[in-house]
Design a protein around this ligand. Structure first.
Ligand SMILES: *Cc1c(COP(=O)(O)O)cnc(C)c1O
Length: 518
């Protein structure tokens, strides 16, 4: 078992795997079989343990006992206690450790998942987020006792404003998508303050699915703008669709095809000429940190995905934060309360904004994620952030240049921090899904697939990967291209090293069967 996990957790170089019918699989199976049965059983936590086992010894409570019926309304009480498993501490630790080893993670695997910016999350972030002064406080404590976290939040909002080139930021939204919704609400409030109720929100056809979803939740009509064959916005289509009923254009720049749209200033002019607002989906800020600022290229309003750009472990619905930056004319509509620095130098909350859209998140926002973003920004500094963007872009373009002879790329370089390939496996019948699954055998997380265009892979290496890792990835990709020529079934039947092969992805998500039958 241990051997198998170590094998899995590294990127497996082609020469150890590509001989004949996949040695990786044989090695892994042999290692797995050698492990003692007892440890290999994959029971659910609910099937483990025995009555009476307990991981914690609690002292006798010094709070007087009351009958539960007198403390909790009858209709809220259950007849029997929940059937929770009874386990020792070590059982629980082993259970979760073994589950942790079964997943792909950035700590163990290269993770070129386009658009998601799965970069390494520096450990210093965790260290700071777990400091008791941040981790063990409560939002209802006296403001005087919360000065540290308030100062951190205040500073973070000023840094994010500076990076955006926009005057003010709210830290409330809990994710990128929530930031989009908050921004659209701000934009609606702005138009309403001018006696207008604009219904249309435009977004290029390469937009992330959350863009039209946010429009719909905000009660607006989402309308798609065509992209040109070079991945840029089709200005003619934009001109034809933008009008006095358009509230905003939502744009991602660099966009999800991996290109920076240099016509952005023209786009801003076209949108503003109709009184509409230019909104930037800032998920790709990683590529432009310290190089250019959205406020400088005409953006009125944007969100950050701090968990992507400023590193917090995310994915699988993990935590995020989606701060929103706005231009001067949108400031009155920002959510309240806003964290402020007072004239006496203390920090506190300001709710005095009569035109505010109100509150979009309880308490102080996703504080743990915001502390990590602050730590990340402070530990890198201005030059460090610029370096992030330069290396992210360099790494993506390096991979693209080394792969292009085998992997066609529909959009011309240069790329930003990610790029798209539509693999052409001729008439082998191999698809992008097969390639993604085969990468798993080599210890690499599959890239984003089939979006924003059909049959593509979107590859984002991030700045945190070394040249050696990038070279290994290239070698693996070229090896798989060879495998397709030599033995397409090897690729079509991948993965060969996983406990499960191809799942019905919808059913696996909606009706998960978490039992592993080796
Ligand atoms: C990730 C992403 C989003 C959504 O952000 P969440 O934080 O996951 O809600 C929106 N747009 C783009 C381009 C993204 O990559």
């Amino acid at each position: 078992m241990t051997t198998m996990m170590t094998e899995r957790s590294k990127m497996i170089l082609p020469d150890s795997a590509a001989n004949g019918d996949c040695e990786v699989s044989a090695n892994a199976a042999a290692a797995g079989n050698a492990a003692p049965m007892e440890l290999r059983e994959n029971k659910l936590l609910f099937e483990k343990g025995s009555p009476g086992l307990c991981g914690a010894a609690l002292t006798e409570s010094d709070v007087p006992k009351v009958r539960r019926e007198s403390a909790i309304p009858r209709e809220l009480l259950v007849d029997a206690p929940p059937a929770l498993p009874e386990l020792g501490e070590l059982d629980v630790v082993r259970h979760y450790k073994s589950l942790a080893h079964k997943v792909f993670s950035i700590d163990e695997n290269f993770y070129p998942l386009g658009s998601c910016t799965m970069k390494y999350n520096p450990r210093i972030n965790e260290r700071v987020a777990f400091m008791p002064g941040f981790a063990a406080i409560h939002p209802y404590q006296d403001e005087a006792d919360l000065q540290g976290i308030l100062e951190l939040l205040y500073r973070l909002r000023t840094y994010l404003a500076e990076i955006a080139g926009l005057p003010e930021v709210t830290l409330q939204p809990a994710a990128g998508a929530h930031g989009e919704l908050t921004a659209l609400m701000i934009i609606n409030a702005y138009h309403r303050s001018r006696g207008q109720n604009r219904h249309k929100v435009l977004a290029p056809d390469s937009a992330h699915g959350t863009n039209p979803a946010s429009c719909t939740i905000c009660g607006r009509d989402a309308l798609s703008i065509k992209s040109k064959s070079n991945g840029r916005v089709d200005l003619d289509d934009l001109l034809a669709k933008v009008d006095e009923d358009t509230a905003a254009l939502m744009i991602t720049n660099p966009n999800t095809t991996g290109v920076f749209d240099e016509t952005i200033a023209d786009i801003a002019e076209i949108v503003h000429a109709k009184g509409a607002q230019l909104y930037l989906d800032g998920a790709n800020m990683n590529a432009i940190l310290g190089k250019t600022r959205p406020g400088d290229f005409g953006v009125d309003c944007m969100h950050y995905n701090t968990h992507k750009t400023f590193s917090t472990p995310h994915g699988g619905g993990g935590p995020g934060a989606g701060p929103v930056a706005v231009a001067e004319h949108l400031r009155p509509f920002l959510p309240v309360p806003q964290v402020v620095k007072r004239n006496d130098g203390s920090f506190g909350w300001d709710s005095d904004r009569p035109q505010s859209i109100g509150k979009v998140r309880s308490f102080f926002g996703q504080v743990g994620v915001l502390v990590r973003a602050y730590t990340y920004i402070r530990s890198l500094g201005c030059d460090g952030l610029r370096d992030v963007a330069e290396k992210a872009v360099l790494n993506a373009n390096y991979l693209a240049a080394r792969l292009k002879h085998k992997y066609p790329m529909p959009f011309p370089p240069p790329y930003a921090h990610e790029f798209i390939t539509v693999p052409d496996f001729h008439d082998s019948g191999v698809t992008e899904l097969d390639l993604a699954k085969r990468l798993i055998d080599y210890g690499i997380h599959p890239p984003t697939m089939s979006w924003p265009i059909h049959h593509c892979l979107m590859i984002e290496p991030t700045e945190t990967e070394s040249l050696a890792t990038l070279d290994q990835f290239v070698e693996v990709m070229l090896t798989i291209a060879d495998e397709v020529d030599r033995d397409p079934n090897l690729v079509k039947n991948a993965p060969h090293t996983m406990p499960v092969k191809r799942l019905d992805e919808v059913a696996a998500s909606r009706k998960p069967n978490v039992r592993w039958k080796p």
